[in-house]
Design a binder for this molecule. Structure first.
Ligand SMILES: C[S@@+](CC[C@H](N)C(=O)[O-])C[C@H]1O[C@@H](n2cnc3c(N)ncnc32)[C@H](O)[C@@H]1O
Length: 466
């Protein structure tokens, strides 16, 4: 190691920053977060530092650096725009054995300020030594996305319970088991979901004398988005890699399924049109039973679980039976398909509202409020509308929409198999009949569809020339 990473207690300790520009401001902001008492020496201040001085958080000498500024400081940062002065500060700091950081001059530094992931009291510092601060910042960004913001609160909670846990479990092995469960299981998930009171309730239950035998699992109702794995949320991905059972249906794309934990048990519950591997009531029951056996169950659904996804019914049973659950939204097909087809769902000039509606046929008809859907200046998105397309076209025209109204049909949106058919209410049936699309497909009706000609940006590799 070129440098030893350590964590310094700088609370109220005197630190000197020489320089008043943007870099000095960034360094000052890091030091301030650790509670340092900063003295700033600079004849002129940039906006950010001037604001700090006005707020009284740093003490400012409006002049050039003097060698007498050095003494008595715990750390010094040389951040002037004159490399010679910076080197002079470094030499004086070195002689006084005070750690010094010199901006843009790694060789003159005796300490480096790392890139920081702040989940206080948990702090992660990333440094590439003298090699590449940009690389360190990139790594920090990647780590930021993997470490939920709630880790700080989780650490604080663990700190509060530390002594009680020590008293409750005298064997170290039991303590470790307890903390493994708390820090990776239901307590952590409650904290990350912002349910702090529930988190304390769970930890109290876990501390009860018979807790080790009475473990309750949890259900994660996760929206997997429309198909492109890059559209998953951070939380969805984390829970996917944590659950030990995955219950999924047809709409979940294979590459997304591949991102679940390798050793997780997978249960397919179907939901193909007219061919359900399992009835809805059976799925509801299955989720509750698996969680009660102590499993962390991932209920993975296409798009968003609360948009035509029957997510509400699934958690209804869980809520009734006291099974813990959380719901993670996903990008719904309307948002995903519209974005990847270059069709803004609303637009100041064309559509002031958007309606999501099911085009699912029941007894050969679609029972919806057609007059409302025929109102001008709106976009209507039909889910499950392929089979009922002739009825949808007929009803929209019958209720007053002009037959020249643009319509788009998007097949397998956001994936490499995406295809977009565009036409008008008068022409779309013919287009679809000539070259039938593969499900799932989504319909978008409205003037906004015409914007695709200009705004289309996504060329899926398999249909790049369509
Ligand atoms: C039962 S609904 C589920 C919707 C899902 N919960 C959502 O938020 O996207 C299924 C319908 O969603 C639409 N759909 C889902 N994913 C799609 C995709 N990648 N491309 C086109 N349509 C999609 C289709 O209309 C399909 O018939």
């Amino acid at each position: 190691m070129e440098f030893l990473p350590i964590f310094l207690d700088l609370q109220d300790k005197p630190c000197l920053i020489v320089g008043g520009g943007a870099t000095a401001a960034r360094k000052a902001s890091s030091l301030l977060r650790s509670g340092a008492a900063i003295t700033l020496v600079a004849p002129v201040l940039g906006e950010a530092l001037a604001a700090q001085v006005a707020a009284g958080t740093v003490h400012h000498y409006p002049r050039h650096f003097l060698p007498s500024d050095i003494a008595g400081n715990r750390l010094i940062i040389a951040a002037t725009d004159d490399p010679t002065i910076n080197r002079q500060i470094a030499a004086l700091a070195g002689a006084a054995e005070i750690p010094v950081n010199v901006v843009d001059d790694p060789d003159a530094c005796t300490f480096l300020l790392p890139s920081i992931i702040d989940r206080s009291p948990v702090t992660i510092a990333v440094s590439s030594g003298r090699a590449s601060p940009v690389l360190a910042r990139m790594l920090r960004t990647r780590l930021e996305s993997l470490i939920p913001a709630g880790y700080g609160r989780l650490a604080a909670l663990a700190g509060r319970y530390r002594e009680r846990v020590k008293a409750r479990f005298t064997e170290q092995r039991d303590r470790r088991r307890f903390w493994d469960r708390v820090l990776q299981g239901a307590v952590a998930e409650r904290i990350f979901a912002g349910q702090f009171i529930e988190a304390e309730a769970v930890i109290e239950r876990e501390l009860a004398p018979d807790a080790l035998d009475a473990e309750m699992g949890e259900v994660y109702l996760v929206g997997a988005g429309p198909g492109d794995p890059d559209l998953l949320t951070f939380r969805a991905l984390r829970l996917m890699q944590q659950a030990d059972i995955v219950v999924y249906d047809r709409l979940v794309a294979e590459p997304i399924l591949q991102m679940t934990r390798r050793d997780a048990r997978r249960i397919y519950v179907g939901k193909e049109r007219n061919h359900h591997a399992m009835r809805q009531e059976e799925i509801n029951r299955l989720l509750a039973d698996l969680a009660k056996e102590g499993h962390r169950v991932l209920r993975l659904k296409g798009g968003d679980p609360f948009i035509f996804g029957r997510g509400g019914e699934e958690i209804d049973t869980l809520a009734e039976e006291g099974v813990p659950f959380q719901v993670i939204p996903g990008i719904t097909a309307a948002s995903g398909c519209a974005a990847y087809a270059g069709i803004p769902l609303t637009h100041r000039d064309y559509a002031q509202s958007v309606t999501f509606v099911t085009g699912h046929l029941k007894d050969g008809t679609i029972n919806i409020n057609w007059p409302a859907l025929a109102q001008p200046n709106q976009t209507v998105v039909f889910y499950m509308g392929l089979i009922g397309l002739p009825i949808i076209v007929e009803q929209l025209v019958a209720h007053g929409i002009v037959s020249t109204m643009p319509i788009a049909l998007i097949q397998q949106g956001t994936t490499h198999q995406q295809r977009v058919y565009t036409g008008t209410l008068a022409t779309i049936l013919e287009l679809v009949m000539a070259d039938p699309p593969q499900p799932p497909t989504l319909l978008i009706v409205g003037e906004v569809v015409s914007l695709r000609d200009k705004l289309n940006w996504f060329s899926p590799p398999e249909h790049a020339n369509d």
